[in-house]
Design a protein around this ligand. Structure first.
Ligand code: PRX
Length: 655
């Protein structure tokens, strides 16, 4: 986070109570009710989660044991059998919800589709049978590389229905990034589309899949192709199959497969502080319960609500809070293919007005971009349907929070600033909107059953208002179970950096935070080599490897530079091999190279060429110095470990 943001967060003293009219109708209506729930969960977590699992979900077979915790490996609802697609679809079909809108989809060009629970169920069964037809069996991994169209949700639910774990790869990732993920997960089938609409253009997806497979992902046997943009593509006989055609050849009868609670539900890759993205493993029963109950209580979701989360299904937010959480609750969820763009900066407000959205969940980076455009645009639309707002993905600066509250929420909507991660599966620290007062910039207090703490590097709790590392002290149902294929990395990354306290393992989130005297958490951002650009997590090492894979680059160091809109921007220091002189064209070439290796989300905002990088005597790049340089600040703090001081002077001179 930038210094001004940290400054304003540290000085923030405002507090907003939930409007009485909101609390009166909420699931959890007062601070007292929250405290009671929290205490109940703390006193006997297994009973708390067990009761909820029984009340809120359908099980084919009840579990024998709520939790089997062999640190750092947890198993939830051991022996229970469940299917998350059944909970998201089938159980609603025997009620009036059969004809309720499950997904209201708005395409970028302005086309739209509404799928009722009945229709969605049928589509999911057809796709599930299509997957079986392509040879997919329980346990086989299926990659999903789709734009934001209903088929993305249909594909996820179809996989879940037959017990084939999915790995959704964000449509903005390049062929190379896709290939790495296909190889790591050993995917058997890829579900993709000809292309998708993005910012008034089409982006080709099938062509990227072709490239990825050409470069080698031998586990992939079949590619199922959805037609969206009608752009040209080639179909490889024997491998590529059109969804439109296969759909007519399979039946719509496909019972949901009873899954063991701990069966793998999905893998989702996320960036860490080493070069290779990690496959975060989530399993079935605990994830179903936690996303269900957090969606219900945090968004105070009622059957009459129209709920909209603007994330992409390629990220965890899309998994938990567009697809599984809302549908498990029988909600009506809006899904939007577009993003705000120069030709349509007010598109979010149009969608809210058009569908009468009541609950709106978006990212701070979007809010900051809207702030810059001014108030006239949102004020010219009817936003009166809104009753609750949410944010996720990065710390929200109090100014953006206040703008969201005043201009979008019209001072009547509570804001839930929700802290969580790909690894946590669901929201961990958040206001419960009818119960807890909010403070701009604070993600408030833990969800019942979640036990966070701010500690020092030895794992000892720090006192109120001191900064430290955020850890979670008790297992929770939707927690990461493993890093796919790499239990050692799982242990090392999340459980050993902060040493166990009294033999109790704690989960290390990788974030810095502080807790104020009222127990409110203030998350300050990542403390590792992960940067967040527009709320998307990127490993600096990942971008460095991409740069170094270019033949002219011998060394690269990537840091985040504060950015008013996107939170952080990518700043790369690059050392060339000497065969070519630095130039603007070369910088452009290298930026494109990163796009090709990872995807447009990783495009460096700025590249600075240098003869050498500042390193310690042991050869470690001193990123702290580079961060200051990138931010245009004076380099302060200890530089005594620097091996060659002239490097710093040169870098400064070059600035
Ligand atoms: O640094 C925190 C930040 O986003 C990281 C998790 O990123 P990812 O796994 O991509 O998931 C994003 C969506 C859940 C966290 O380690 N983060 C997320 N939400 C917040 C946040 N930082 C501050 N406040 C939040 N509400």
């Amino acid at each position: 986070m930038s210094d001004p943001t940290i400054e304003s967060i540290l000085q923030e003293k405002r507090r907003f109570s939930p409007p009485q009219s909101f609390s009166d109708q909420a699931y959890i209506r007062s601070e007292r009710e929250y405290e009671q729930l929290y205490s109940k969960a703390a006193a006997n977590p297994e009973r708390f989660w067990g009761e909820l699992a029984e009340q809120e979900l359908h099980w084919f077979k009840k579990w024998d044991k709520v939790l089997d915790w062999r640190p750092p490996f947890a198993q939830w609802f051991v022996g229970g059998q469940i299917n998350i697609a059944y909970n998201c679809l089938d159980r609603h079909l025997t009620t009036w919800r059969r004809n309720k809108a499950a997904i209201i989809w708005e395409g970028e060009p302005g086309d739209s589709r509404v799928l009722t629970y009945g229709e969605l169920h049928r589509e999911v069964c057809l796709m599930a049978n299509a997957l079986k037809e392509l040879g997919v069996k329980k346990g086989d991994r299926v990659a999903i590389y789709l734009p934001m169209i209903p088929e993305a949700a249909i594909a996820m639910l179809a996989c879940a229905r037959i017990g084939a774990p999915h790995s959704v790869v964000f449509g903005g990732f390049s062929a190379e990034a896709l290939r790495d993920r296909l190889v790591d997960a050993q995917a058997k089938v890829v579900i993709t589309a000809d292309g998708g609409f993005r910012k008034d253009k089409t982006i080709a997806l099938k062509a990227q899949v072709d490239l990825a497979l050409e470069h080698g992902a031998p586990s992939v046997e079949k590619v199922l192709v959805v037609e969206r943009t009608q752009e040209e593509m080639t179909l490889k006989p024997g491998r590529d199959v059109l969804w439109r055609e296969l759909k007519t050849q399979v039946g719509a009868d496909c019972p949901a497969e009873p899954m063991e609670s701990e069966d793998l539900l999905f893998i989702l890759y996320t960036s860490g502080s080493t070069g290779k993205p990690k496959g975060v493993v989530h399993t079935t029963g605990g994830y179903n319960l936690y996303t269900h109950i957090t969606t219900k209580w945090i968004f105070d979701l009622k059957d009459t609500d129209v709920y909209w989360c603007t994330a992409d299904v390629g990220w965890i937010t899309g998994h938990s809070y567009i697809v599984y959480g809302p549908l498990s609750n029988g909600a009506t969820a809006v899904m939007y293919e577009g993003v705000p763009r120069p030709s349509n900066p007010g598109c979010f407000w149009d969608v809210i007005e058009k569908y009468g959205v009541n609950i709106f969940y978006t990212a701070p980076t979007a809010i900051r971009a809207f702030m810059r455009q001014g108030e006239a645009l949102p004020q010219s639309r009817d936003l009166s349907s809104l009753r609750l707002l949410g944010t996720v993905g990065e710390p929200i600066n109090p100014e953006a929070w206040m703008w969201y509250h005043r201009v979008i929420g019209q001072e009547k909507c509570p804001i839930v600033d929700t802290w969580w991660q790909t690894e946590t599966g669901g929201i961990m620290i958040t206001p419960l909107p009818g119960a807890l007062g909010t403070k701009p910039g604070s993600c408030c207090r833990p969800f019942p059953g979640i036990v966070p703490e701010v500690v020092d590097l030895d794992g000892a709790p720090v006192t109120d208002d001191q900064g430290g590392y955020l850890v979670i002290k008790k297992p929770w149902p939707s927690m990461i179970r493993n890093v796919y294929g790499d239990p050692e990395r799982f242990r090392r990354t999340y459980w050993e950096q902060i040493p166990p306290q009294d033999d109790q393992y704690v989960y290390f989130a990788g974030d810095g935070a502080r807790q104020d005297e009222e127990g409110y958490f203030w998350v300050m951002g990542r403390v590792d080599d992960v940067i967040s650009v527009a709320g998307h997590r990127l490993g600096t090492m990942e971008i460095e490897s991409a740069l170094v894979s270019h033949p002219l680059v011998v060394e690269a160091a990537v840091v985040g530079r504060p950015d008013e809109i996107t939170g952080e921007a990518i700043f790369a220091f690059v050392v060339l091999d000497g065969s070519q002189s630095p130039s603007a064209e070369l910088a452009q070439t290298l930026k494109e190279h990163v796009v090709q290796e990872i995807g447009a989300i990783a495009r460096p905002g700025e590249i600075r060429f240098t003869d050498a990088l500042p390193k310690t005597r042991s050869g470690k790049i001193m990123r702290r110095l580079l961060r200051s340089l990138a931010a245009g600040q004076e380099v302060s703090g200890d530089t005594s470990t620097l091996e060659d001081r002239t490097v710093l002077d040169k870098l400064r001179g070059g600035a």
